[in-house]
Design a protein around this ligand. Structure first.
Ligand SMILES: Cc1cc2nc3c(=O)[nH]c(=O)nc-3n(C[C@H](O)[C@H](O)[C@H](O)COP(=O)(O)OP(=O)(O)OC[C@H]3O[C@@H](n4cnc5c(N)ncnc54)[C@H](O)[C@@H]3O)c2cc1C
Length: 479
C-alpha cells in the first residue's frame, strides 16, 4: 500500500498537487476542503450573459507560465479588452485625453519597473513618487497640468495597491524577487472563466482528449481543518483534526490554505507549534485584500469610451467625499469592462476601505457605486444596476484576504516565501508537513500559475522520495 498523502485545500495548488501525485502512481491521496467547491480563489460563477470571476480572472503572461502552457495550445485564451484603451477620468466629469493618459501611465510604469529600485534605500512609494515628480518636472513635461499630476499620482498609487494587494505603497518592499512572465499580461478565457484551468488540471476539459484524472472522488468537502498533530510516530506521523470532529491520519500532509488562514490560526492549528522560521514567515509575509464588485445594467451607458476608467479625485471633492457616508468609495480605484459581457461594469476595490465595504449591505454598495458613477460620468443618464455581485475575500474565514506580497515587515523579519516553502521533516529526515500555495512561490506569488507550480513542486518532492526508496529496494534485491 502506498504512502497516505492528505492535501489540505482544493484550490489550484491542491488540485495540481493531487493530480500530479495520482498520475505518478501515488494514488493514496485525499483532499480535505473547507468549502463545498473546488477552486479556492479561482471562483467562476454564472452572471450576466455567461460567467464572471470573483477571484483570478486573467492569465498573466506567456513565457514560462504553466497556465498559458496548458491553455494556449488548445486555443482557450484571448487578449482581454482591458489590455488597451485605458482612460483616466476626473471627479469633475472630464476625461483626460487618451494621449496624455497613455503618456502618464507609461512614465509611471517605466519608473515602477526600473532596475534602480533594487539598489534604492527607501520604500517603493518613495521611489515612484520621487522619480515621477522628477520626470514631470523635466522641460519636456512642463505642459502637463500640475493638479493633474497630483491626481494621477494618487490614482497610480491606488492601481499599485491593487496590483500588489497592499494597503500602501509605502509598506511595499523594493527587495522583491517577483518576476512577471513575459508576454500578454491580460489573457482571458473566452467567456468561460478561470475555472477552465481546473478542468484542464483534472483532464476533464472538453477540448482535451486525454483521460480524466479521478481526483474529485478523493475530495471531502466541508472539512475545515482546525489542528494538525504533526510528529506522532512512525505509523501515520500526522493526524489531522477537523472542525466537525472527524480525524484523518497521514504519512505526509501538503498544506495549501491561504497565508491569511495560516496567519489567523497560527496559534492553534499546529501541535506542536511550528518552528520559529515558519512562524516568522507566516507573520512577515504580507497578505492583502482586493475585491471586485460587478454590476449588470440594462443599458451600457459607458459603451463608446474606454475599457478601464481609473478615477482621479480633485482635492476639494476628495475632502467632501471623506466627510460623507460614501467615504468608503475612496477605495474604488477604477471601473472596468468585462470581456464578452457588454452589459457588465466592474469596480476594483482595495486597501482598508475595501475590507470595511465587505461589511456593508448590498444596497449600500449599489448606492455608493451609483454615487461614484454619477459623479465621474456626469454627462450620462445612469439608472441603478439590475443586478450586483461582489467578492468578500477578507470576511471569508477560508481565505482572509486575496493574495500575498512582500512588505517592509517581510524585510525586517528577514523572511520570505522560501522560508514558508521549506518542508518540515520527521526525525529520519522524511518530509511530513509540506507547504504549497501561491504565497510559497518566490517568483510567481499572487497568481494562479504560481500556485500550480507550488502544488507540482511539493508533489514532485514526494514522488522523488518514493522513487529513490523504490530504487534502493530494487538495488538490495538484485545484490
Ligand atoms: C480578487 C482576486 C483577483 C485575482 N486575480 C488574479 C488574476 O487575474 N490572475 C492570477 O493569476 N491570479 C489572480 N489572483 C490570485 C489567485 O487567485 C491565487 O493566487 C490562487 O488562486 C491561489 O491558489 P492557492 O491554491 O494557493 O490557494 P486557494 O485558492 O486559496 O486554495 C486554498 C484552499 O484551501 C481551502 N482551505 C482554507 N483553509 C482551510 C482549512 N482550514 N481546512 C481545509 N481547507 C481550507 C480553501 O477553501 C481553498 O479552497 C486573484 C485573487 C483574487 C482574490
Amino acid at each position: 500500500m502506498s504512502a497516505k498523502i492528505v492535501i489540505i485545500g482544493a484550490g489550484s495548488a491542491g488540485i495540481a498537487a493531487a493530480t500530479r501525485l495520482y498520475q505518478r502512481g501515488l494514488k493514496n491521496v485525499q483532499i480535505l476542503e473547507a468549502t463545498d467547491r473546488i477552486g479556492g480563489r479561482v471562483h467562476t460563477v454564472p452572471f450576466g450573459e455567461n460567467v464572471i470571476d470573483k477571484g483570478a480572472q486573467w492569465c498573466h503572461g506567456e513565457k514560462q507560465n504553466v497556465v498559458f502552457e496548458l491553455a494556449s495550445p488548445l486555443g482557450l485564451l484571448e487578449s482581454s479588452i482591458i489590455g488597451g484603451n485605458n482612460l483616466l477620468i476626473q471627479s469633475n466629469g472630464e476625461i483626460v485625453n487618451q494621449a496624455l493618459s497613455d503618456r502618464l501611465m507609461q512614465m509611471a510604469g517605466e519608473i515602477a519597473e526600473s532596475e534602480e529600485l533594487e539598489t534604492y534605500g527607501g520604500t517603493f512609494g518613495d521611489f515612484v513618487t520621487e522619480r515621477f515628480m522628477k520626470a514631470v518636472n523635466e522641460e519636456k513635461n512642463k505642459d502637463i497640468d500640475r493638479e493633474l499630476v497630483q491626481q494621477f499620482l494618487v490614482s497610480y498609487h491606488n492601481y499599485q495597491k491593487g496590483y500588489n494587494a497592499i494597503d500602501s505603497w509605502y509598506e511595499y518592499s523594493v527587495n522583491d524577487d517577483a518576476e512577471d512572465c513575459e508576454g500578454n499580461q491580460t489573457l482571458s478565457w473566452m467567456g468561460k472563466g478561470y475555472q477552465s484551468v481546473l478542468d484542464l488540471l483534472l483532464g476533464r476539459h472538453p477540448s482535451q482528449n486525454g483521460d480524466l484524472i479521478p481526483i474529485e472522488e478523493k475530495i471531502v468537502f466541508n472539512k475545515f481543518v482546525k489542528n494538525i498533530h504533526w510528529n506522532r510516530g512512525p505509523d501515520y506521523p500526522v493526524t489531522i483534526y477537523c472542525q466537525d470532529g472527524s480525524q484523518y491520519d497521514a504519512d505526509h500532509v501538503i498544506l495549501t490554505m491561504s497565508l491569511g488562514v495560516l496567519k489567523e490560526n497560527l496559534q492553534t492549528m499546529f501541535t506542536p507549534q511550528l518552528p520559529s522560521i515558519k512562524r516568522n514567515a507566516i507573520t512577515g509575509i504580507y497578505f492583502g485584500t482586493v475585491n471586485k464588485i460587478i454590476m449588470e445594467f440594462k443599458v451600457p451607458f459607458w459603451a463608446e469610451v474606454g475599457n478601464t476608467f481609473s478615477l482621479l479625485w480633485g482635492q476639494d471633492e476628495l475632502e467632501s467625499l471623506r466627510a460623507s457616508k460614501y467615504a468608503w468609495t475612496e477605495g474604488v480605484s477604477a471601473f472596468f469592462k468585462i470581456d464578452r459581457q457588454p452589459k457588465l461594469l466592474a469596480a476594483w476595490m482595495m486597501g482598508k476601505e475595501c475590507r470595511q465595504a465587505e461589511l456593508l449591505s448590498g444596497q449600500d454598495i449599489i448606492d455608493g457605486l451609483l454615487f461614484l458613477l454619477r459623479k465621474f460620468f456626469k454627462e450620462k443618464q445612469i439608472d441603478p444596476p439590475i443586478k450586483m455581485i461582489r467578492s468578500q475575500w477578507f470576511s471569508d474565514r477560508n481565505f482572509r484576504g486575496s493574495y500575498s506580497s512582500r512588505s517592509i515587515k517581510t524585510d525586517l523579519l528577514q523572511t520570505g516565501c522560501n522560508d514558508l516553502a521549506i518542508p518540515l521533516t520527521d526525525c529520519f529526515g522524511k518530509p511530513v508537513l509540506l507547504f504549497a500555495g501561491e504565497a510559497t512561490n518566490s517568483k510567481h506569488y499572487g497568481t494562479v500559475h504560481g500556485a500550480i507550480e507550488t502544488g507540482w513542486r511539493e508533489a514532485n518532492r514526494l514522488i522523488d522520495l518514493y522513487e529513490k526508496q523504490q530504487k534502493k529496494v530494487e538495488t538490495v534485491q538484485t545484490t
